[in-house]
Design a protein. Structure first.
Length: 264
């Protein structure tokens, strides 16, 4: 049972949109989990996913050049169960929380909301130099959903001490899930959700947005250098998108992935 738990935890982000396919795959997975050891389970499960293939680079990354050979932090990037988190359909569609009462800008809460939107949009425009992005009004149509909300704490129970472990509050968080399209055969795709706290200062919102959008575009890892936007810790000075950030992004998009490909 522990082995089953490990497998499910590794795939807890999956979101299946086709109930019929979900039933078939789910039952097959259960059979595999009960009768085979862990390595065999993983191998057999991969038979139900698209094979690993690279996608063509978007033009913006094809044209990117680093004349100074500044390096990257590609070795810090984590793989998802579907491979690298690469977008292959452009422009990448994003939905952004916006205030509904635009006629009442004199209200302090509305002004703060607009300031939050302005900071997030500034970060989006910066990343747009490297990957095409398009805002949509319906979150159901978006590849990336950006929410003005406090990220969850993700408390956990320590079985040894029998105490609830509550981590420090986070100012921003990015998560992903997978789904199948209605095509025949279905295509495996993913969706990102970015939560950014409304209580941050204007500069911190910009910094957090820049960082989390890096994750949302596929940089699923952190840099160890403070001069990179994807540095693992918050710093006082605002780090713009660096050459190393873009070098890492380009290298990720040159890798094979299961995302964006049809199921076998």
């Amino acid at each position: 049972m522990q082995r089953m738990t490990n497998i499910f935890n590794q795939r807890k982000g999956f979101l299946w949109k086709s109930p019929f396919l979900l039933g078939i795959v789910w039952m097959t997975m259960l059979i595999i989990f009960w009768v085979q050891p862990l390595n065999a389970q993983r191998d057999d499960l991969e038979r139900f996913l698209p094979p690993l293939h690279p996608h063509p680079l978007p033009l913006t990354l094809v044209e990117w050049r680093d004349s100074k050979d500044s390096g990257d932090y590609f070795d810090q990037i984590s793989l998802s169960p579907a491979g690298y988190l690469i977008w292959s359909k452009f422009p990448i569609k994003f939905y952004l929380d916006r205030p509904t009462n635009l006629n009442d800008l004199a209200v302090a809460s509305t002004r703060r909301f607009r300031q939050w939107v302005d900071a997030v949009m500034e970060a989006i425009s910066e990343w747009q130099d490297f990957l095409p992005l398009l805002e949509v009004k319906d979150p159901q149509l978006a590849d990336i959903v950006i929410e003005r909300t406090e990220p969850p704490l993700d408390a956990s129970f320590d079985s040894e001490t029998r105490q609830l472990k509550i981590p420090r509050a986070r100012s921003a968080q990015t998560s992903y899930n997978f789904y199948l399209t209605q095509d025949s055969p279905p295509i495996l795709r993913h969706r990102m959700t970015i939560k950014i706290s409304p209580s941050l200062s204007q500069s911190s919102i910009l910094s957090a947005s820049r960082h989390e959008l890096g994750h949302g575009l596929g940089i699923w890892g952190h840099s160890d250098q403070k001069t990179d936007a994807l540095y693992f810790s918050q710093v006082r000075s605002l780090s713009p998108i660096s050459v190393r950030d873009v070098n890492t992004l380009k290298k990720i998009y040159q890798q094979p992935t299961r995302l964006g490909w049809k199921l076998p």
